[in-house]
Write a protein that binds this ligand. Sequence first.
Ligand code: PXP
Length: 246
Amino acid sequence: MDHLRLGVNIDHVATVRNARGTDYPDPIRAAILAEEAGADGITAHLREDRRHISDADIDGLMAALTLPLNLEMAATEEMQAIALRHRPHAVCIVPEKREERTTEGGLEVAQDENRLAHFIAPLRDAGCRVSIFIAADPAQIEAAARIGAAVVELHTGAFCDLHAEGRIEARDAELDRLRKMATYAHDLGLEVHAGHGLAYDTVAPVAAFTELRELNIGHFLIGEALFLGLGPAIAEMRRRMDEARV
Ligand code: PXP
């Protein structure tokens, strides 16, 4: 099977930094380490409330990185202007609610098709690969294809939550849905990525989807880095991904 890219999300290095208002730990240092450890890309979510990644972090990442940057952001005018200024390799459009702990669901594309089509057009024209973070739902996938997105990222959060809760039947049904929707999106001409909540014990069955090109993983890796170190934590994830694809 093809190489499955690993995008390492470094948001939570910034979360730890911001908890004390210091200038360490530095997310850019983490990004450079991630590259050395086998990451294929770096993902960072510039949230509207700047709770973790800052504007200065994006400046620093654009200047320091040799790996492609995947900038996650809400579909707002402010974020569009920032993306157009930096022109990162990829822009992933995510839903954002101020009060949420993390990105809770996928983007509602089908109900907001016209606005999103206009929103992503300049990003595409600027050379960014536009990805849409969605639930594994045929209506959302079809809408993402219609608005001209290059990529859909399927939300694996529900699958991971069901696994953690030990709800095996529901978990396996969700995995099956993700697999079928990865095939469906691929057949519509979309590149398929996945992510959210993935850990060592959940990555393999998702990494085994033939049509998948990239996984984006953050929170678990930054947590695991406390015990193993960031490089070894990423290398172990990389190993499990590669093992799932033979
Ligand atoms: N993909 C997207 C679109 C996300 O919003 C996030 C979380 O920021 C991730 C992947 C990574 O999720 P996690 O940090 O749970 O691995």
